[in-house]
Design a binder for this molecule. Structure first.
Ligand SMILES: [Zn+2]
Length: 310
């Protein structure tokens, strides 16, 4: 399975949609939210149907658990609170410490392993894409020998990410609800934490491919080819669903997908433009921009975002 990781608002949903168009890949959405938002709250699938009416997910639930009604969502929520949190990363990383939480960890990861296996079986796709993003879940999944985990670490300029987190975005799948917002400094610290954790994951030996959002939107065919090779999918660069109307004017033709949760772009079908979004460069307040730059300086430099590289 391919796990798309990184701080939210880094373009991972668009990347998941494009990867999902490659034959042999099945995009599942943010599986971390499947339990509460889909199984318990019956929010809409990416196909537009309520989760409980979507035939794809009904079959997945049947194969994985003998039906979703057999799944104890409260139990998963409690397990998650015990093992899948950013603050547990030191425990998840050190084997002697991990032993204490191993039984809960095994039980928690087993829900994901069964779900991925069922998605692969029902869709007929050997590669399942989970765009849950959180580093902590990737650390949980790496503990299971039953999950062939490959992590795509998506990074985006911290200033763009912080600017995006300051904006209010509606969640169409749940009337009246919105995606979370964070003040600039808080977004900067989350950016540091997620990216540092994902670098550590790679150092610990989990196969990890780092991709910059800015490179992806400027040359999507090249990025998709790289990820396809990494994931064992047929490589491009001639992906039938990708096209260009000239330099920097890429588009993708997107079909219907059964994604469990994620950015509102998961509902979009048909031709969508792929453009570099540099709004933050003119719209972000100077004080916020300076604060985020200062707080995230080491990794900004490491990823090539200073000195005109991006
Ligand atoms: Zn569906």
């Amino acid at each position: 399975m391919v796990y798309l990781a990184g701080l939210g608002r880094s373009g991972s949903t668009l990347l998941e949609r494009l990867l999902g168009e490659i034959p042999g890949a099945c995009p599942a959405g943010e599986v971390v939210h499947l339990w509460l938002r889909s199984v318990r709250d019956d929010e809409r699938c990416g196909c537009g149907q309520p989760f409980s009416s979507c035939q794809f997910w009904r079959q997945v639930g049947q194969v994985a658990f003998d039906g979703w009604d057999r799944v104890d969502v409260d139990r998963i929520t409690r397990l998650r609170a015990h093992v899948d949190r950013a603050r547990f990363l030191p425990v998840l990383t050190a084997a002697p410490l991990r032993r204490r939480i191993q039984p809960a960890l095994d039980e928690y990861v087993e829900y994901y392993r069964r779900t991925y296996a069922a998605i692969a079986q029902v869709s007929g796709s050997p590669v399942v894409i989970d765009s849950s993003k959180h580093a902590s879940l990737a650390f949980c999944l790496r503990s299971s020998p039953g999950v062939d985990l490959r992590v795509v670490h998506m990074v985006r300029d911290s200033r763009a990410v912080a600017y995006s987190w300051s904006k209010v975005v509606a969640r169409p799948e749940a009337a009246g609800s919105q995606m979370s917002t964070y003040p600039a400094a808080s977004a900067a610290l989350r950016w540091n934490l997620q990216n540092s954790a994902l670098q550590l994951l790679a150092q610990l030996g989990t196969p990890t491919l780092r991709v910059r959002y800015e490179d992806f939107v400027r040359a999507p065919a090249a990025t998709l080819s790289e990820i396809a090779a990494f994931a064992g999918l047929p490589a491009g660069p001639d992906f039938g669903f990708l096209g260009t109307d000239g330099p920097g004017h890429w588009w993708a033709q997107l079909g219907v997908t059964h994604t469990a949760s994620g950015n509102p772009i998961r509902f979009t079908t048909g031709r969508v433009p792929i453009r570099y979004d540099g709004t933050w460069q003119t719209a972000m307040l100077g004080g916020n921009r300076r604060a985020v730059t200062a707080l995230t300086l080491p990794l900004l430099m490491r990823y090539g975002y200073l000195g005109g590289a991006a």
